[in-house]
Design a protein around this ligand. Structure first.
Ligand SMILES: *[C@@H]1O[C@H](CO)[C@@H](O)[C@H](O)[C@H]1NC(C)=O
Length: 221
């Protein structure tokens, strides 16, 4: 089964910065109801990321998307418009992984606890986290060795997934951070980083590795 490399399939405002999708296509409206659009302030500058709704109160994203005034938009097709399906919810608490290291992007994963719960609708629905027994074999994951050599000193196969065929122009780019890698309706990865030119492969955080932390944190909050 082909994994779904879900890039931030929302139409981003033009001229707002460097965000772009490479080799992507516009998604069918609301066919990915778990996609979240994360906006925040980083030293006063507006930034944005992707994320995935994993519970009515929680969005999973990348730790480097941490900032102030974080808010999440769910149920959007075109983020430039005010659509009836959209739910804009401020974030009450942003919890980056305690071992996140901004120097080498290790443990680049973060949970956002929403101020109020997301209403489940046709356009908004949470995605399942992998079970502890889940197999990752069906993912078209590139050899760890490839990412180890490309991202030497950054990539770790224990906690990250190396995704995307270098022969195909399809991977994440700036603005897609935190966006999910979905396989069999389960979130297996959240996008962390890729090459500066946006060509594959890209590096996703391995959600299964972080399950104990995710479960513990969601319970605590
Ligand atoms: C990233 O840095 C941390 C802290 O120095 C270190 O423990 C970890 O092994 C590094 N990760 C990689 C992939 O080198």
């Amino acid at each position: 089964m082909q994994p779904l490399l879900l890039l931030l399939a929302l139409l981003l405002p033009l001229g707002a910065g460097t965000e772009e999708i490479i080799g992507g296509h516009e998604a069918k409206p609301h066919s990915r109801p778990y996609m979240a659009f994360v906006q925040f302030l980083d030293k006063g500058k507006k930034k944005r990321c992707g994320g995935v709704l994993v519970h009515k109160y929680f969005v999973l994203t990348a730790a480097h998307c941490w900032g102030s005034s974080v808010k999440v938009t769910l149920g959007a097709h075109n983020i430039q418009k005010q659509e009836k399906t959209q739910q804009v919810i401020p974030v009450k608490t942003a919890i980056p992984h305690p071992d996140y290291n901004p120097k080498n992007y290790s443990n680049d994963i973060m949970l956002l606890k929403l101020e109020r719960k997301a209403q489940q609708t046709a356009a908004v629905r949470s995605l399942r986290l992998p079970g502890t027994k889940n197999r990752e074999a069906s993912l078209e994951v590139q050899r760890d060795r490839l990412c180890e050599s490309l991202f030497h000193g950054y990539y770790s196969g224990a906690t990250q997934l190396c995704v995307g065929d270098p022969k195909e122009m399809k991977t994440g780019f700036k603005g897609d951070s935190g966006g999910p890698l979905v396989c069999n309706n389960v979130v297996q990865g959240t996008f962390s980083y890729g090459k500066p030119d946006g060509t594959p492969p890209g590096v996703f955080m391995k959600v299964s590795h972080f399950l104990p932390w995710i479960k513990r944190t969601m319970k605590r909050l």
